[in-house]
Design a protein around this ligand. Structure first.
Ligand code: 5GP
Length: 141
């Protein structure tokens, strides 16, 4: 079966702005961030989504989420953080390798969640902008 984009990132076949890595978990910046610092957390072991995930893999992700979420929140002084993940196409899943979104929320620049669907900004960040964000989050870990 064809690898997903995230498996290619794990195998270093595609680049990513790495935030965190341990034996089981990898975190990196979302390429189309909905807010500054939008980070994805994935297991190294492939599972399609949470419905397909063994409890050991889920617990490794669960153990890593608090420290990554705190670093994401603190890096640009966010006022809150949403953590969410989509399971199956009908529920908005686009990449079929389990991932948790960490989305920082800023009072002065808030998001629109329409029926839980996030509107993505059309503007793409530059390499320099991604690197600045990456450095700020990593410095808080
Ligand atoms: P889903 O809708 O499956 O929950 O979310 C997939 C996420 O992956 C989206 O937020 C999208 O912006 C992100 N994404 C898609 N392709 C890439 C990529 O090549 N690199 C990175 N870093 N993120 C990606």
């Amino acid at each position: 079966m064809e690898k997903t984009i995230f498996e290619k990132i794990l195998d270093n076949e595609l680049p990513s702005y790495k935030i965190y890595e341990d034996d089981f978990v990898y975190a990196f910046l979302d390429i189309f961030p909905v807010t500054k610092g939008h980070t994805l957390v994935i297991p190294k072991k492939h599972c399609k989504n949470i419905l397909d995930c063994d409890s050991e893999t889920a617990s490794h992700i669960g153990a890593a989420l608090p420290k990554i979420a705190n670093a994401v929140k603190d890096s640009f002084g966010a006022d809150g953080v949403n953590i969410f993940q989509n399971n199956e196409e009908f529920a908005g899943q686009v990449v079929f390798h389990l991932h948790f979104h960490i989305v920082p929320r800023y009072k002065d620049k808030d998001l629109h969640f329409d029926n839980l669907e996030i509107k993505y900004p059309s503007e793409k960040l530059s390499d320099e902008q991604f690197i600045e964000i990456q450095k700020r989050i990593v410095s808080k870990l």
